[in-house]
Design a protein around this ligand. Sequence first.
Ligand SMILES: [Zn+2]
Length: 452
Amino acid sequence: MSDELRAEVRALMPRAKQDLAELVTFRSVANPDVQPAQECEKVARWIVNAYEELGFQDVAASPTPDGSKAVHAVLPGPEGSPTVLLYSHYDVQPSLGEENWKVPVWELTEQDGRWYGRGTADCKGNIVMQLTALRALKKVHGQLPCTVKIISEGSEEQGTGGLEAFVPENADLLRADAICVVDTGNFAVGVPTLTTSLRGMVAVDIRLDALGSVMHSGMFGGPAPDPVAGLIQVLASLHDEQGDTTVDGVVHGKKWDGAQYPPEQFRKDAQVLDGVDLVGTGSVSDMLWTRPAATVVGIDIPSIVESASAIAASCGARVSLRIPYGETGGAAIDKLTEHLRRRVPWNLRCTITPVAEGDPFLGSLGGRAFSSMSSAMEQTYGRELTTEGQGGSIPLCNVLDDTFPEAEIMLYGVEEPKCLIHAPNESVDPSEIENVALAQALFLVDYGAARS
Ligand SMILES: [Zn+2]
């Protein structure tokens, strides 16, 4: 069976390329100031047609609160079979300057064995991958082994939260036993990977008041409390000498047991200047995926140009804290607030205001769907599955987790690091479309057989 599926997926690759080429011509940036709104409408319609052609039912593009449309559809599997929800998004990032591209932005171009163009990986490559898997299954089995639902979002890259509002309001439409968030990718080409952990983020503003007015630093400097000096003391307490984040009560020191991010690669990706050290006592994977990271993202003090020889009356800073799994957003805000407040010197007046709160996310690590997916990936690639994390968050994952607490949620896809998603010269490796499609199909077969 798996050999037949492998052959069928391969036979469908020319069609996948043709589909992707068509999808890339739609400039579906979900911002009317950047591209006309019809571009998104066109892709939504294209996806509706593709799923109708596959025999899906109730195929529709429904409006969401931010004005974007979410395409959804269902194809019932055998009686009693589990339900799988396949997620993708059809909007894309803007070009970031056509002059920065070595190929046309909105035209699929093959070069060095990769397919270039905006959205070829993120996430139109995943849309094509899903269609290829489903087409292969229908061809080989005549029907799908599970009930399959799809949801394709129209404004993911904008962060305007259309689908995040749509999900809880349409829970019955989307309810599933396993949810595949197909918008990440392998650790490297040919290395089967599930993304299992996303850090959350909280942020607070701290403001310190010391004087009734800005005062001359010669006449008053010395005994007068300088709120900027106080703020520097407070902010300096967020890291120790090694650069580890040290917020009282926030867990740190955990180890990542999946893929290891090579430090040299990380230096390159993060554009760390020659001779400058990486910080922290853990490996890059530990620091990025299992540990907290505090960042002072803004400070309100006079700029050098606007400065005078004077003591500021007040000042402030915004502190963001990435939090690993094991913390909750609410508790982390309290811990950060308490940590900062306790370090304010000289009874400076201190106000701390929460400005952002998002929980970390942990994907499925061992349920029935996870084991089906692991074996599907391993069978496809002929090597052991690994796991990676993501330093940033995907708020939709938390919404799905809250709305469907029983569902297993898994993240994977065709977006490996060479794809340069969100950057100029985005591309996809066609072998990843082929292999992930095969893994997707094998997963559905194995998971469908799990019905009790
Ligand atoms: Zn994406």
